[in-house]
Design a protein around this ligand. Structure first.
Ligand SMILES: Cc1cc2nc3c(=O)[nH]c(=O)nc-3n(C[C@H](O)[C@H](O)[C@H](O)COP(=O)(O)OP(=O)(O)OC[C@H]3O[C@@H](n4cnc5c(N)ncnc54)[C@H](O)[C@@H]3O)c2cc1C
Length: 399
């Protein structure tokens, strides 16, 4: 039986493992983190096209009950002026809309389901190198161990090691000039419908919140930051530093419940710099390939990173199922995917930059936004959200 080494068990990895198993290929996952309990506290919006990809491998049910519907977003200026409302895409044919969920829960249910379907997972296995010989590939891990398989799929995220192994000249992630921080709070009443994101283009900082069905409020903020901070600088920031900074950016200038949310936010407060990957020239070499963020990360502003990773995770194994050899499968996969994912990365970058507008840009943005929202509502975004995968459709048909 063909064996695939799947590097990384975030979002793409476990779903690729499920789809590989469905295609008759044994999947072995290797995750660098020592345990499954990563990313606690962070929330994620899974757009309907990502849920459609899960449905293609009969896994839609694993996210049922993990999240809650998040069908729309409302936008405001910092002065409280309503700028417009935007749908989060059309629901699936069965009525399932975009969902919001704790990221750690999503990781957990996807991994559990992949293992239940016969894939294996090893934690604490950080890939450091990989070599190919003929039709075989050998992965080398930081613990000194190795693993052998017929192909290797890099699902190892934006800082992908597999990307560098495939092409040592591959570009690094690009800094997008905003930071990210967020979490969930209790005991802060907000005047907003459950599940509808309230997005505020504040005078000095973009911030957002959404009422969760259990009465809590999930929030995030994107403090602008022109130059890229170092990891050490972010790690050195205390909860008090974040609270002081976020209150300074929002409390005096903006209307809304953000100061109450920030004061109530439990620690630890952890912030990230934002990155994307506009174009990775080489996605595959020999019998190694990258998918998900490793190949095309978008800034979180697109709300599509996880959904794109899930689409890839299902479509690549479908090509492996039907193509005469691995090289053809990788080539056809790239031909099908590259335009779509790079268009979405561009969309995410534009959205992130609008959050970091200067004083003049802000005036133009706030004036133009209601018109933009009306135009966006009329625009056909089916290409984005209504992407559909039929697992049984032959992968090699010409489009
Ligand atoms: C702050 C923030 C908010 C976001 N919000 C959203 C959102 O609301 N909606 C959305 O769709 N997307 C969102 N995204 C993007 C989304 O999280 C990613 O697009 C998605 O997780 C990509 O999945 P992936 O499997 O490719 O990578 P990841 O989920 O990053 O998984 C990569 C995995 O590989 C492992 N790994 C890395 N290196 C190695 C190695 N050398 N060896 C072994 N294992 C390794 C990592 O530990 C990790 O488990 C957000 C991102 C950020 C940073």
């Amino acid at each position: 039986m063909t064996t695939a080494l799947v590097i990384g068990a975030g979002i793409a990895g476990p779903v690729a493992a499920m789809a590989l198993q469905k295609a008759g290929i044994h999947a072995r996952m290797f995750e660098g983190h020592p345990t499954g309990a990563d990313e606690v506290g962070s929330w994620l919006t899974l757009q309907a096209n990502g849920i459609d990809a899960l449905a293609a491998v009969d896994a839609q049910h694993v996210v049922t009950g993990v999240g809650f519907p998040q069908p729309s977003m409302r936008f405001f200026s910092g002065t409280g002026k309503a700028l417009g409302r935007m749908s989060n895409g059309v629901p699936l044919a069965d009525g399932t809309p975009t969902q919001m969920m704790p990221r750690a829960e999503l990781y957990r249910v996807l991994r559990d389901e992949a293992v239940a379907r016969g894939a294996s997972i090893s934690y604490g296995r950080q890939l450091v190198d990989a070599t190919t010989t003929g039709t075989r590939v050998t992965a080398a891990f930081a613990d000194g161990g190795t693993a052998e398989g017929d192909l290797l799929i890099g699902c190892d995220g934006i800082r992908s090691r597999v990307r560098q192994i495939i092409d040592p000249a591959a570009p690094a992630a690009r800094y997008v000039p905003v930071l990210n921080i967020g979490g969930v709070v209790s005991g802060v009443p907000v005047n907003a419908p459950v599940g509808e994101f309230q997005m505020v283009f504040g005078k000095r900082c973009f911030w957002a919140y959404v009422a969760v069905p259990d009465g809590r409020v999930a929030w995030f903020a994107n403090p602008p930051r022109a130059d890229e901070p170092t990891g050490a600088e972010l790690a050195a920031m205390t909860d008090a530093d974040w609270r002081t900074w976020l209150l300074d950016l929002t409390a005096a200038d903006d209307r809304g419940p953000f100061p109450e949310i920030i004061r109530a936010a439990p620690g630890p407060l952890v912030g990230w710099a934002t990155y994307d990957m506009p174009t990775v020239p080489t996605w595959h070499r020999d019998n190694m390939v990258i998918i998900g963020d490793a190949a095309h990360a978008t800034s979180p502003a697109a709300g599509q990173g996880a959904a794109m990773a899930l689409e890839d995770a299902v479509l690549l194994p479908r090509f492996l199922r039907d193509a005469p050899d691995v090289a053809t499968a990788f080539r056809l996969f790239e031909e099908l995917r590259r335009d779509r994912v790079e268009k979405i990365v561009q969309y995410g970058a534009r959205s992130s930059h609008s959050k970091a507008a200067g004083p003049v840009g802000r005036i133009i943005r706030d004036a133009a936004m209601p018109l933009f929202m009306r135009m966006a509502a009329k625009q056909n975004t089916r290409w984005l959200h209504s992407h559909h995968i039929d697992w049984d459709e032959p992968a090699l048909i010409r489009r």
